[in-house]
Design a protein around this ligand. Structure first.
Ligand SMILES: Nc1ncnc2c1ncn2[C@@H]1O[C@H](COP(=O)(O)OP(=O)(O)OP(=O)(O)O)[C@@H](O)[C@H]1O
Ligand SMILES: [Mg+2]
Length: 284
């Protein structure tokens, strides 16, 4: 199976000419389905620029980006927007919630834009908010929630339609260490469900918890810890995590979420998955 993400000799030059900034300066990168990758690097090293490319929010000056086997390097804005809607859930440092809308409405809004019907919209929004432990905060506005809770709303918004790829740019940058842990726990659970999670962070402690760490410096990859062996757990639960309709993916998700008690195939005993237990405890 080919890689989910393949980038060849990607360059991004801002302000070509005298004051040009080579934000990406020859990136080669391959990421498989269901990896959990952290991208680290100093301020200005090109992390967000790379994320914009990965998320089809911008196009490179040169080079190739193959996503899911399709060359997306020079698609039109509309085509890119289709891919974003289908494939990618974004999480940003600043949460980007709308202050006048409740948690529920914030999660629902992109679904309205995407033309999802009312009943389905409601179900997707509620499910997503419950998944991040905010079932009892649906009617709260952002100003009535903690930073960690706001970020969880933003995650619910990103995952409501079960996108196969989660891109997070400094998702814990504005949070205290306790809330950061919560967010990381949720991202780890999404990874266990079979999603590909790519997280940009300044925080080495967070990066260490990823399976693979890629360090960017001056628009180039300075180091790459490489891919980790496939997660056995994800394999057990999911056959084809990145394919199928939204409904099929959601169904698989709920099966996995029910897998909070998972069976050990060797001896038939059940054991509690500590990550899920952690998430359950956070629901209050
Ligand atoms: N729209 C733009 N126009 C011109 N230069 C830009 C633009 N966006 C980014 N840059 C420049 O490109 C370089 C990489 O920026 P980028 O935002 O990718 O860095 P970063 O690694 O995400 O930094 P930080 O950790 O501070 O968020 C920087 O030198 C930045 O000033
Ligand atoms: Mg940045």
């Amino acid at each position: 199976m080919s890689a989910l993400i393949e980038i060849h000799d990607m360059h991004k030059v801002y302000n070509p000419g005298e004051n040009e900034v080579r934000a990406l300066d020859g990136i080669d990168l391959s990421i498989d389905r269901n990896e959990f990758v952290a991208i680290i690097g100093q301020s200005g090293s090109g992390k967000s620029t790379l994320m914009n490319m990965l998320g089809c929010l911008d196009v490179p000056t040169s080079g190739q980006y193959i996503l899911n086997g399709e060359d997306v390097s020079d698609l039109t804005d509309n085509e890119l927007s289709d891919i974003r809607n289908k494939e990618i859930g974004f999480i940003f440092q600043g949460f980007n919630l709308i202050a006048t809308l409740t948690a529920f409405e914030n999660v629902e809004l992109p679904l309205i834009y995407r033309g999802v019907a009312g009943r389905v919209r409601e179900e997707l929004s509620v499910t997503a908010l419950e998944k991040v432990g905010l079932g009892n905060r649906m009617d709260h506005k952002p100003s009535e929630m903690s930073g960690g809770q706001q970020q969880r709303v933003a995650i619910a918004r990103a995952i409501a339609q079960a996108p196969p790829i989660i891109l997070a740019d400094e998702p814990t940058g504005n949070l205290d260490s306790g809330s950061s842990e919560e967010i990381l726990g949720i991202l780890k659970n999404l990874h266990k469900e079979g999603r590909t999670v790519i997280i940009i962070t300044h925080d080495n402690d967070i990066a260490r918890r990823a399976d693979r760490v890629i360090k960017i410096r001056d628009g180039r990859i300075e180091s790459d810890s490489g891919k980790k062996e496939t997660e056995i757990e994800a394999e057990t639960f999911m056959k084809e995590p990145d394919t199928g309709t939204v409904e099929e993916r959601l169904e698989t998700d709920s099966e996995i979420m029910e897998g909070q008690l998972k069976t050990d195939p060797d001896n038939g005993n059940t054991e509690i998955d500590p990550d899920r237990e952690e998430m359950k405890l956070n629901r209050n």
